[in-house]
Design a protein around this ligand. Structure first.
Ligand SMILES: NC(=O)c1ccc[n+]([C@@H]2O[C@H](COP(=O)([O-])OP(=O)(O)OC[C@H]3O[C@@H](n4cnc5c(N)ncnc54)[C@H](OP(=O)(O)O)[C@@H]3O)[C@@H](O)[C@H]2O)c1
Length: 121
């Protein structure tokens, strides 16, 4: 059985990917921060593995990876979407949040999870 790890699996695109991969016979590792939503997913699909961590926190990501056996596929989908109402004044805090979540965190996840991918995965 092939195993896929999907970040941002608690809603939206990630949740839909969980549905699709389960129905295609994959073993799924579903990740997010929201424990209630992860528990709901686990209730819906008892076979899935769930992991809760914040992708913006490198140590949390590394610790979570310790819990993961080898995987065939890695889908780094978790992210946020915040729009700037104006460019002047520029909201650098919002800019930092978006870049941290959608870009830097991808690096954290690659460091932690790429070593888990099987040969030819
Ligand atoms: N929907 C679209 O049309 C669209 C179009 C282009 C790009 N995108 C991008 O695709 C990604 C997914 O979109 P979506 O619409 O499915 O978004 P969504 O429904 O808001 O889901 C975002 C997912 O990412 C997780 N997440 C967010 N921040 C996190 C963090 N710091 N640590 C861990 N998990 C985090 C959330 O989990 P928790 O809440 O459990 O932490 C949730 O499962 C986003 O980056 C979005 O910007 C979406």
């Amino acid at each position: 059985m092939k195993r896929v790890l999907i970040t941002g699996a608690t809603s939206g695109i990630g949740k839909s990917l969980v549905d699709i991969y389960i129905h295609n016979g994959y073993e799924v590792v579903a990740t997010g921060r929201d424990l209630t939503k992860l528990a709901t997913l686990k209730k819906q699909y008892p076979s899935i593995h769930t992991l809760s961590f914040d992708i913006t926190q490198l140590q949390q990501v590394l610790d979570a990876a310790e819990e993961v056996n080898s995987i065939d596929q890695l889908i780094l989908n978790a992210g946020n979407c915040e729009y700037m109402e104006t460019v002047n004044p520029f909201d650098s805090a919002l800019f930092e949040r978006v870049i941290r979540t959608n870009l830097l965190s991808v690096g954290y996840c690659l460091e932690a999870f790429l070593p888990k991918i099987k040969r030819n995965g």
